[in-house]
Design a protein around this ligand. Structure first.
Ligand code: GDP
Ligand code: IMO
Ligand code: MG
Length: 423
C-alpha cells in the first residue's frame, strides 16, 4: 500500500522533517509533484539540509527514493543537491531513481517564469522563479522534454526547437537577459543526470507494491496552493493533493491507504494571495521571529497568522486525510493568547466553507480565543509532559476537523516529535 504525507496549508508545514521521521518505516519514498520550488528542511545530527527535488528519505540506509513523473526536474539544482547528499557519504547511484516521464525544467523556463512575473507588476504571484509554471505549461501544452528523451540521439535538436519557441515568447516580453551561462550549466548537469538511474517509474513503483514493499508518497507545497483547489491564481502549477499521487506516480487510487496531513500549529504563506488569518502586526512579527519563518528556497520572510480551520477542514476533505501531524507547536510556547479561526465572516454572514475566490471579497476571520501555556515544550518526549492548555488546543482542533492529531512536532530536530499514543 501507499501512504501519503502532504501539506494542508500554503506549504512549509514541515513536511521534510516529518517524511524524514517516518522514512525508516518504508522501503520507498516517492515525490509525486512540484519541483525545485519546494524546500524541505531536515536535520541529520546538528546539520541542517534543505532538499528541493530529492525525496526526504534519502538519509536513511536501505530506503529507496524515487522522483516521480509528476515532478518537473531542474537538472542543475539536482546536481547541486546530489553533491550535498554525497558530502554526507550517501551514494545516490544506489538509492535514487528518476522516472523517465518526468519533465525537464530548461533554462528558458526559468527565464520565462521571471519575464511572466515581471509583466504582472503588482499582481505578481510571488513565484519562486524556478521555472515551475512554464515547465508545467509545456507539459500540458505538449511541448515539454522529458528525462527519458535525454537518451534519444535527437535530444539536442528537440532542445533547440523548443528553445526557439521560448525565445519568441521571451522576445514578446522584451526579456533580454543573457542566459548562456545557465545553458552551459544545464548541459553539464544533463551529462550528470544521464549517469543516474532513469527508470520507468510506474512499473518500478507497482513492482515494489506487488512485492509487498511499503511506499510513502511525499507531497510538496500545500493543499491551498493546489492548481485546482488552491487560492487561484495565487497557487502553484501542480496537483498538490492526494489525487496527484495517482497521476504523479502511476499508482491506482485503491492502493492509497493512510493520508497523513501536516499542519503548523499556526499558519504561514510565502508569496502573494489571500490569507484570511494573516497578522500584519507585532504578533505576526513575533510568530515570524520565534518560528524562524523565512523561506527555505528563497529566504523570503513568510507571512504569518493564526491557524485557519476553515482552510484545514477543506484540505482534510479534498485529501481524505486520515491522520494529522501538528508541527511547530513549540513556537506557540511564547504566546499568552492564541486564536483559532473557526469560520469566515463574508458580507456579514458567517460561513465555514472556502469561497470560490478569496481575492476580490473581504473575509473577516471568526476566532475562538485560547489561553497559551507559556512554558517551554521543546524538550518534551511524552504526551504526559505536555501542558494541559496545549492538549485543550489540540482537542478543539480534532473536534472541529473530525480527524485526530496523532503527532506533535515540538522542534526542528529529528527526535523532537511526540506520538500522542505513547504513554
Ligand atoms: P516543508 O517545506 O514543509 O518541508 O517545510 P520547510 O522546511 O520549508 O519549513 C519548515 C521549517 O520549520 C524548517 O526550518 C524546519 O526545520 C522547521 N521545523 C519543522 N518542524 C518544526 C517544529 O516542530 N518546531 C520548530 N520550531 N521548527 C520546526
Ligand atoms: P514547500 O514544498 C511555500 C509558492 C510561491 C508562490 C506560489 C507559486 O517547501 O512547502 P511557483 O514557484 O510554484 O510558481 O510559486 O507558490 N510556493 C511555495 N510556498 N512552500 C513551497 O514549497 C512552495 N512552492 C511554491 O511562494 O506564492
Ligand atoms: Mg518548504
Amino acid at each position: 500500500m501507499v501512504d501519503v504525507i502532504l501539506g494542508l496549508q500554503w506549504g512549509d508545514e514541515g513536511k521534510g522533517k516529518i517524511v524524514d521521521f517516518f522514512a525508516k518505516d518504508y522501503d520507498l519514498i516517492a515525490r509525486f509533484q512540484g519541483g525545485p520550488n519546494a524546500g524541505h528542511t531536515l536535520y541529520v545530527g546538528d546539520k541542517k539540509i534543505v532538499l528541493h527535488q530529492i525525496p526526504s528519505g534519502v538519509f536513511h540506509e536501505g530506503v529507496t527514493n524515487l522522483i516521480g513523473n509528476g515532478v518537473v526536474l531542474d537538472p542543475v539544482i539536482l546536481k547541486k543537491e546530489c553533491d550535498t547528499v554525497l558530502s554526507f557519504g550517501i551514494e545516490l547511484k544506489k538509492n535514487l531513481f528518476i522516472a523517465e516521464r518526468t519533465h525537464l525544467i530548461l533554462p528558458t523556463h526559468r527565464a520565462l517564469d521571471k519575464a511572466a512575473e515581471l509583466s504582472k507588476g503588482n499582481d505578481k504571484i510571488g513565484s519562486t522563479l524556478k521555472g515551475i509554471s512554464p515547465a508545467y505549461m509545456d507539459k500540458t501544452g505538449r511541448n515539454g522534454l522529458r528525462v527519458g528523451d535525454l537518451l534519444d540521439k535527437n535530444f539536442t535538436t528537440s532542445y533547440i526547437k523548443l528553445r526557439l519557441k521560448h525565445q519568441k515568447l521571451l522576445d514578446n516580453y522584451s526579456f533580454n537577459e543573457d542566459i548562456s551561462a545557465w545553458e552551459e550549466e544545464f548541459f553539464e548537469a544533463l551529462e550528470f543526470l544521464k549517469q543516474l538511474n532513469i527508470v520507468n517509474g510506474e512499473y518500478f513503483i507497482n513492482n515494489k507494491l506487488q512485492q509487498g514493499k511499503r511506499v510513502l508518497a511525499e507531497g510538496a507545497q500545500g493543499s491551498m496552493l493546489d492548481i485546482d483547489f488552491g487560492t487561484f491564481p495565487f497557487v502553484t502549477s501542480s496537483s498538490t493533493i492526494t489525487a496527484g499521487v495517482c497521476s504523479g506516480l502511476g499508482v491506482a487510487p485503491q492502493k492509497i491507504k493512510e493520508v497523513i496531513g501536516v499542519t503548523k500549529a499556526y499558519c504561514t504563506r510565502v508569496g502573494g494571495g489571500p490569507f484570511p488569518t494573516e497578522l500584519n502586526d507585532a504578533t505576526g512579527e513575533e510568530l515570524r521571529q520565534t518560528g524562524n519563518e523565512f523561506g527555505a528556497t528563497t529566504g523570503r520572510p513568510r507571512r504569518c497568522g493564526w491557524i485557519d480551520l476553515v482552510a484545514l477542514r477543506f484540505a482534510c476533505m479534498i485529501n481524505g486525510v486520515t491522520k494529522l501531524v501538528m508541527t511547530k507547536a513549540d513556537v506557540l510556547d511564547a504566546f499568552k493568547i492564541l486564536q483559532v479561526c473557526t469560520a469566515y465572516k463574508i458580507n456579514g454572514n458567517e460561513c465555514t466553507e472556502i469561497p470560490f475566490q478569496m481575492t476580490r471579497i473581504n473575509i473577516e476571520p471568526v476566532y475562538k480565543k485560547f489561553t497559551g501555556w507559556n512554558i517551554s515544550t521543546s524538550a518534551a518526549k511524552l504526551p504526559i509532559e505536555l501542558p494541559e492548555a496545549m492538549k485543550q488546543y489540540v482537542e478543539f482542533i480534532n473536534k472541529q476537523l473530525n480527524v485526530s492529531i496523532q503527532y506533535i512536532s515540538n522542534g526542528p530536530g529529528r527526535e523532537q516529535i511526540i506520538s500522542l499514543f505513547d504513554k
